[in-house]
Design a binder for this molecule. Structure first.
Ligand code: GLN
Length: 303
């Protein structure tokens, strides 16, 4: 497959949609990002990377990190995690509180904020430094030792973090948070603030296309765990638009409000696309369009 030619075709086809939507507005540092930026990268399972546009420019990974914390929590702690967080699409916005009361403080899935807070809490209990554990993992898998937290984003997340604090306290009231809420939030906000490029992210999620094998060929997850994470990405990875994403793209995917989306073609490659303009559900407008074109042009989808 000539991936570079595919990327060039995609850029031509989606040009009218680049700049569509609006950057996230809940914190000023994200609101000021230029919405006309666009980058896309493909990492083949052997580590060969192809990229186009702003694919080497770091951006705020935000909720995309929820995939990696889930993988680490499962790898280190096993599937007991699923007693604390479900695997069903929420059909509600990513920061919603409403289902928690009906479901006794058990979040619907690990990819909405409530579920990700539980996963980070689990990781904290397992090794005491969840955000640095995550950063170390991302540096290794991407091969980029310069990856880091964006202190300004982390501070802003905290300053405007009332909703996430409410989610964490509410779950703690049901006994579903083990660590002190302020410590948990600090790690969660740092996790959201990690800056990576499309190239870094495409490389870092290769273990999901390689059935659980890390970049150095050691095993992070069993084949079956890798399949399970891909399944949860497909059904829950793009918030309350996961049905539409499966319909249009047909790949496991995970988006973040920084405008990035990662997607996995198991056994073939991983993709990351970034463009900061979001739709009403918080997914990148040009990003979804580009992945839609990718699966249409290549026929590579899980369906
Ligand atoms: N930092 C964001 C939040 O917690 C992440 C959400 C997202 O990317 N959807 O609200």
């Amino acid at each position: 497959m000539d991936y570079q030619a595919v990327l060039e075709q995609i850029v031509q086809d989606i040009a009218p949609q680049v700049g569509g939507g609006r950057p996230a507005e809940y914190i000023p540092v994200l609101a000021s990002v230029d919405p006309s930026l666009f980058g896309m990268a493909i990492a083949e399972v052997d580590g060969t990377v192809h990229g186009i546009g702003d694919w080497q420019r770091p951006f705020s990974t935000q909720s995309i990190t929820k995939v990696f914390t889930l993988a680490l929590a499962l790898a280190q702690g096993g599937d007991g995690l699923w007693a604390r967080v479900g695997r069903e699409p929420s059909g509600n916005p990513f920061n919603s509180l409403v289902q928690l009361e009906y479901e006794n403080g058990i979040p619907r899935n690990p990819f909405i904020n409530a579920g990700a807070l539980v996963v980070t809490d689990q990781l904290l209990t397992l090794n005491g430094d969840a955000s640095n554990e995550l950063l170390g993992f991302l540096r290794q898998e991407s091969g980029n030792p310069r990856l880091g937290f964006d202190a300004q984003v982390a501070r802003s997340e905290s300053e405007f973090g009332d909703r996430n604090a409410a989610l964490a306290h509410f779950m703690a009231s049901y006994g579903n948070i083990a660590n002190p809420v302020p410590t948990l939030l600090e790690h969660y906000f740092r996790q959201c603030s990690i800056e990576m490029s499309c190239g870094d992210l495409a490389l870092a999620c290769r273990f999901l296309a390689r059935h659980g094998l890390r970049a150095d060929n050691t095993r992070l997850l069993t084949r079956s765990e890798a399949k399970q994470i891909n399944a949860v990405m497909l059904t829950c990875g793009t918030y309350d638009a996961a049905g539409e994403f499966a319909y249009r793209v047909g790949l496991p995917g995970k988006s973040g409000v920084g405008g990035g989306i990662v997607a996995v073609v198991p056994g073939h490659c991983t993709l990351c696309v970034w463009s900061p303009g979001l739709d009403a559900r918080g997914n990148s407008v040009a990003g979804v369009a580009a992945l839609d074109r990718f699966t249409t042009l290549t026929g590579l989808s899980v369906f």
